[in-house]
Design a protein around this ligand. Structure first.
Ligand code: FE2
Length: 159
């Protein structure tokens, strides 16, 4: 059994917050939180229009969803249309982005095609529990630190 509180698993807080709010946060909300958090890192800020483009939804749907996230205490404010996550929203967003990255990396190690990787990651991410994500992370790290073994896997596949 994995120790969810171990330091190794640095998204512990985000995970716990997500678990506590599990029944309130739908997969669609997870996508929003992940995207807003991602934008916060990459573009520093995001507005409704940009967010709806990125998520491929109508601006009106994005706006409704952002209001819902606000009522759950996950958004702090929306000043001049700029979306800002609350601390709680940020912790969960960070966890969701890490979860996404772990699955994406795993599928890449498996040798999936780039197109498939993105589609599958978006489908799988909402359905794996934290233990599985954590085990995938260990496997990813194992292959990254053992490139010879990763190469053997590639050769084996070709046979
Ligand atoms: Fe994602």
């Amino acid at each position: 059994m994995i120790d969810i509180n171990s330091k190794e698993f640095y998204t512990v807080r985000g995970y716990h917050l997500l678990e506590q709010n599990k029944r309130l946060i739908t997969p669609a909300m997870e996508d929003y939180l992940e995207m807003i958090y991602r934008c916060g890192l990459q573009e520093r800020y995001v507005r409704i229009n940009r967010l709806s483009q990125l998520l491929n939804v109508k601006a009106s749907s994005a706006s409704k969803m952002v209001q819902k996230l606000g009522s759950l205490g996950l958004m702090k404010y929306e000043k001049y249309g700029v979306l800002v996550l609350s601390d709680k929203g940020k912790e969960i967003g960070k966890f969701l982005l890490e979860r996404h990255n772990i699955i994406e990396k795993f599928l890449r190690l498996l040798g999936c095609s780039e197109d498939n990787i993105l589609k599958q990651t978006e489908l799988i991410e909402h359905n794996l529990n934290t233990e599985t994500i954590h085990r995938l992370e260990i496997l990813n790290n194992f292959f990254t630190s053992n490139p010879t073994i990763a190469g053997q896997f590639g050769d084996f596949e070709k046979k």
